[in-house]
Design a protein around this ligand. Structure first.
Ligand SMILES: Cc1ncc(COP(=O)(O)O)c(C=O)c1O
Length: 409
């Protein structure tokens, strides 16, 4: 047991075990489809078993043995509504929710339904790479607005460049902003004032907002994320919010998510579009696991966040003390570390070349920042949602790989 195993207060037994490595090879896991000896720390899923309540809900469905067509019931609407009201201070009405099989299916649907072919969709880069697929595979054009990265109190700090954002939104061809809150990959929780400013600019220029909030429940203990649409009536009116239990409760393979629209017209358009795109009906497991997560998963989630944020602190300190030239960006959300490698890159080199080298020499597989665009050519992304022993292995490989890279002649 490491010093960060989460305990019940006053009890000697750990409440949940995040320490014991679980074999994922041979389970069909995309992340773990790697060669013997390789260590994947790229795809955004966790190496932890999900909350006991979620496992039990899935086991109950499995044991029943009949997996017929399934409906979305009131318990599903109530579970989301109660969770966002209690956890995130957003009293969203159960009626505002529409089931969908995933956040990315909903993003693609929104791109198709809320914009016209060849129009522009604004994104704040570096950002989750699949956003670009959603835009370009549907014949729209990404309008990249780079986030600014500067130093604050000695640390790397990302912020929105509002002049650049307004220029993008003012383009008459721009009809949608894909916003990420908290922001993958930089791990930023946007504050209320920033969200209000983004909302006001979008409203001024007639741009609809899709706020992808899939990472919102993976947050530093004590730090609250602010739902984009909860900030004021303007934001509520112009926003399609996407949420899910899948990141925080590690159940992405269950294909279960929700779209939230306070505005009835926008909600109707999204409901029809999700339906005609055939991404509005749940598989047999999708509703029970979401209900279990949001009604019974709170204690597990708190313990998981404690463990992950202790992992983040360990990795950040390791990088600062033992890997010259690398620097982790401080973050209050996600289990993804965004690490600057610019100082060890030579002329014409980028993080994709460094990641290929790292994998070849050490077996460590990270996401190259190039795929997120913006300033990503100087960064890599590392998934720290794993047992501490695995993270230690990852840090050791990263240290060795960076040293070998820097020693090239
Ligand atoms: C910001 C963001 N949105 C969406 C997804 C994927 O969502 P889904 O699996 O529900 O399609 C991810 C997965 O990493 C993500 O990081």
């Amino acid at each position: 047991m490491t010093e960060n195993t989460v305990m019940h207060s006053g009890s000697p037994a750990p409440a949940f075990d995040f320490d014991t490595p679980i074999e994922r090879r041979g389970t069909g896991s995309i992340k773990w489809d790697v060669k013997e000896g390789e260590l994947p720390m790229w795809v955004a899923d966790m190496d932890f078993r999900t909350a006991p309540a979620v496992c039990e809900a899935a086991a109950k469905v499995a044991a029943h043995g009949i997996y017929g067509y399934t409906d979305v019931d009131d318990a599903w609407h109530e579970a989301y509504s109660a969770w966002w009201t209690a956890r995130h201070g957003w009293p969203l009405s159960p009626d505002w929710l529409v089931f969908t099989t995933g956040v990315i299916p909903a993003v693609s649907t929104a791109v198709r339904r809320l914009t016209a072919p060849a129009e522009k969709v604004a994104v704040l880069t570096p950002v989750y790479n699949i956003f670009f697929n959603c835009i370009m595979n549907n014949g729209r054009v990404p309008y990249e607005v780079p986030l600014s990265c500067s130093r604050r109190e000695g640390k790397l700090f990302y912020a929105i460049d509002f002049d650049a954002l307004e220029e993008a939104l003012a383009d008459p061809q721009t009809s949608l902003l894909l916003f990420c809150n908290p922001h993958n990959p930089v791990g930023k929780i946007w504050d209320r004032e920033t969200l209000a400013m983004v909302g006001a600019l979008c409203e001024k220029h007639g741009v609809t907002v899709l706020s992808d909030e899939i990472h919102c429940d993976v947050a530093r203990p004590g730090k609250a994320y602010v739902p984009f649409a909860s900030v004021n009536e303007v934001n509520a009116k112009i926003t399609v919010t996407c949420v899910a239990p899948t990141k925080a409760f590690n159940c992405a393979g269950m294909h279960t998510a929700a779209v939230v629209c306070a505005d009835p017209v926008l909600r109707h358009r999204m409901r029809r579009a999700l339906n005609t795109d055939e991404v509005g009906e749940p598989g047999a497991f999708a509703v029970p696991v979401a209900v279990a997560a949001f009604t019974e998963g709170g204690e597990w989630l708190d313990a998981m966040n404690e463990y992950v944020f202790a992992n983040r602190a360990f990795a950040e300190a390791y990088i600062a003390e033992r890997i010259p030239g690398l620097e982790a960006v401080p973050a209050d959300a996600t289990y993804l570390l965004w690490i600057s490698v610019g100082a060890i890159l030579g002329e014409g080199e980028d993080s994709a070349a460094f990641c290929r080298f790292l994998r070849e020499k050490t077996g460590l597989w990270l996401s190259p920042g190039t795929q997120y665009r913006g300033d990503g050519a100087g960064f890599v992304r590392l998934n720290a949602a794993c047992p501490r022993s695995r993270l230690e292995d990852g840090m050791d490989r990263l240290r060795r790989g960076a040293a070998l890279w820097s020693a090239r002649t």
